[in-house]
Design a protein around this ligand. Structure first.
Ligand code: PGA
Length: 266
């Protein structure tokens, strides 16, 4: 794993966006796996800027989102489709027919999940997957105990996730209890993965996921088995890592951000 600690949330997003842009320059028809939540917002902001100011082209890109709440319509302001529309899709030139977000109102959820997996396969697999990490170590909605080989399916959300996400709803009882989510196995098949995390609240789980044992109790720990993961953190999220030999991005005397490798790359 390549682990990069950036000075702050904004720089974390800029670096993640830069890696996405590099992927699109190499392959304009790349298949992107996308995440929701507060973490990737700075990444999406920078991607929008790159599109508007530097002409980064999304016209051939195909997207697959990680997850969606069950029973929320795509127009519901807390649905992940709504989040993606407003935080990214409406501001770039992605072709709407190339966008895939799990459908919370699917009539037959099991059939829908199989179709979603097939669509990913038909698109040639995910080239680059962006991930956040939940306070309980989840990636997508793969809560603790999720099989490390799991595929897209219906999941029950843990109490911790419901409480974490309650901040976005009028009251806690409105937070959906179920979600459709890509599985850990689905995510592991992405060719490249970028995990972003920021804030002191994520420090302990980031350290567990990156430096602890691989366990279904911390879904993100399975990324240790993936051949091409870049983890981009802000200072706070990286503050509980024990090893000292990760990349640190620091400001030089001209206030330019430069990577400094502390020891060797892991
Ligand atoms: P957050 O959520 O970005 O809102 O912290 C991350 C996650 O649950 O994956």
């Amino acid at each position: 794993m390549e682990i990069i600690i950036t000075p702050n949330y904004e720089q974390m997003g800029k670096l993640a966006a830069k890696l996405v842009a590099q992927q699109l320059l190499k392959k304009p028809s790349a298949v992107l796996g996308l995440a929701t939540g507060s973490t990737p917002i700075s990444t999406y902001k920078e991607l929008i800027r790159l599109h508007k100011e530097e002409g980064l082209d999304f016209s051939k890109v195909i997207t697959f989102n990680l997850d969606e709440y069950l029973d929320l319509a795509p127009t519901h302001d807390q649905s992940y489709r709504y989040f993606m529309d407003h935080n990214l899709f409406h501001h770039i030139n992605v072709d709407p027919k190339n966008i895939h977000v799990p459908y919370g109102h699917a009539e037959d959820v099991e059939e829908f999940c199989e179709w979603y997996e097939d669509e990913i396969r038909r698109a040639g697999g995910i080239d680059l997957q962006i991930l956040g990490i939940g306070g309980d170590g989840h990636i997508a909605f793969n809560e603790p105990g999720s099989s490390l080989g799991s595929r897209t399916r219906l999941k029950t959300l843990t109490q911790e996730t419901i409480e974490d996400n309650a901040r976005f709803f009028k009251n806690k009882d409105d937070v959906p209890r179920f979600a459709i989510t890509m599985g850990v196995g689905t995510i592991l098949e992405a060719k490249k993965v970028i995990l972003v995390a920021n804030g002191a609240k994520k420090a302990a789980i980031v350290a567990e996921a990156l430096e602890g044992p691989i366990t279904a109790q911390v879904s993100a720990s399975v990324l240790q088995m993936h051949p091409h993961v870049t983890v981009i953190l802000d200072q706070e999220a990286g503050s509980k890592l024990k090893r000292a030999d990760y990349y640190k991005w620091v400001y030089n005397e001209k206030k330019r951000l430069i990577p400094r490798m502390i020891g060797k790359m892991t």
